[in-house]
Structure formats: C-alpha cells, structure tokens
Ligand binder design. Structure first.
Ligand SMILES: [Mg+2]
Length: 211
C-alpha cells in the first residue's frame, strides 16, 4: 500500500498479493489475463455492473485451486493511463471479478495490473513480461513450468518472455483473430495452444500435478 490506498508499487503498477505462498518451494502457477479471458471483453471496463464472467475460465481457476496451483491475474489497463477511469474503478471491478471467481470455487492468489499506454514501452505492459517477472519476485514461482492463458498474442508473448512453458489462447475476447500471431510465438522453449477448450487445459494441469 502507499498514499493512494491502493497496492501500487514505485513504478505505478498494481501489485497485490492476496494469498501469500505457504512455503518457499518453487511452484508452477497459472497466469491468467482478465479482459476477454476471465470475463467478457468490454472496452475500457470501469463498472462492476458490466462484469460478465466466462464460465469455462472460472472453472479453470477452480481446478487450479483444487490442485493447489496458484492463479495469478496479469492485466493491461491502459484506460487508467489514458485517464478514462481510475484505480478506484478498477478496484470495484476487481471486487466483482474476484467474487465471481470465488462463487465458482476458484481463487485469484495475486493481481498485477499495468496502467501504461501501448506505445510506452513500459516493462509491465504485455507483451513485455514485467508483470510476470514481478510475480516471480513476490511469490516463489517456478516460471519454467508455469502457463499463461489469454486472448491475445501479447499475452502469449509475455509468457514466452518470462520463460514460461506454454501459452493457451482462448477463443473468447480477441482470441479468434489473434490465432496466427499467437502461433507465430511457438518456439523450442515455449509452446502455444489455440482452438482447444479450456477444460482440456484443466485436465492437463491435473495430469501434471498427479505426475
Ligand atoms: Mg485480454
């Protein structure tokens, strides 16, 4: 916290640990984008009344929770940098999102939000990996075995840049039109999955935790 009453760090990024790590051993996590992935895409969403959770994504967070895999939200919020809405509005929206996730049996363990503009070059703004790297600093994360779920190639690129194992492009939000750009990010150390239902990712994660 700082003088604003919101959990902003010195760079101006929202950096909120909701559930601290129980131990120091490195854990894989599920990074998840918010707009277009966890909730329906609304341009410059600023009102909790416009929060419409995406059931499959909420169910995924419940599966992650059931297997003790933390879920970390990473969201670009340039509407704040543009002055369209403020952190108070963001906080109100977040309350609705987190309540919807909890109602579905899931949990958001930490939240990172970047207010920077697209052309700012800010480290926190996806496709840059700054929010994921900040999470790795704050929580004991095994980035190499972590995943990111999102609806844009920028989400996938942030995952690749942070050294994650794999990205999963959803078909909601911008997901369908971003497929080509997302697939182009496939490389030797980073796999990208498109066109598959999210419940398959939940099954995959369960398989990993049982392995
Ligand atoms: Mg998105």
């Amino acid at each position: 916290m700082n003088a604003t009453g919101f959990p902003l760090d010195e760079s101006g990024m929202w950096r909120e640990i909701r559930v601290p790590s129980a131990d120091a051993s490195l854990r894989p996590v599920l990074f998840i984008d918010r707009d277009g992935t966890l909730i329906e895409l609304v341009d410059y969403l600023s009102s909790p009344d416009d929060v419409r959770p995406i059931a499959e994504a909420v169910a995924l967070t419940a599966r992650a929770r059931a297997m003790d895999m933390p879920t970390v939200m990473v969201t670009n919020q340039s509407g704040i940098g543009r002055g369209y809405y403020g952190w108070r509005d963001f906080a109100a929206v977040q309350q609705a999102v987190i309540a919807a996730v909890a109602a579905g049996g899931g949990r958001i363990d930490a939240v990172y939000a970047c207010p920077a503009l697209p052309d700012s070059g800010a480290a926190c703004r996806k496709p840059n990996p700054g929010m994921l790297l900040a999470a790795a600093d704050d929580l004991a994360l095994d980035l190499r075995h972590s995943w990111i779920v999102g609806d844009t190639a920028g989400d996938m690129a942030a995952g690749a840049g942070a050294g994650l194992r794999r990205g999963w492009l959803v078909a909601t939000g911008y997901g369908v039109e971003e497929r080509g750009d997302a697939l182009a990010l496939r490389g030797p150390g980073f796999d990208v999955t498109v066109d598959r239902p999210l419940r398959e990712l939940a099954d995959l994660l369960s398989g990993l935790s049982n392995a």
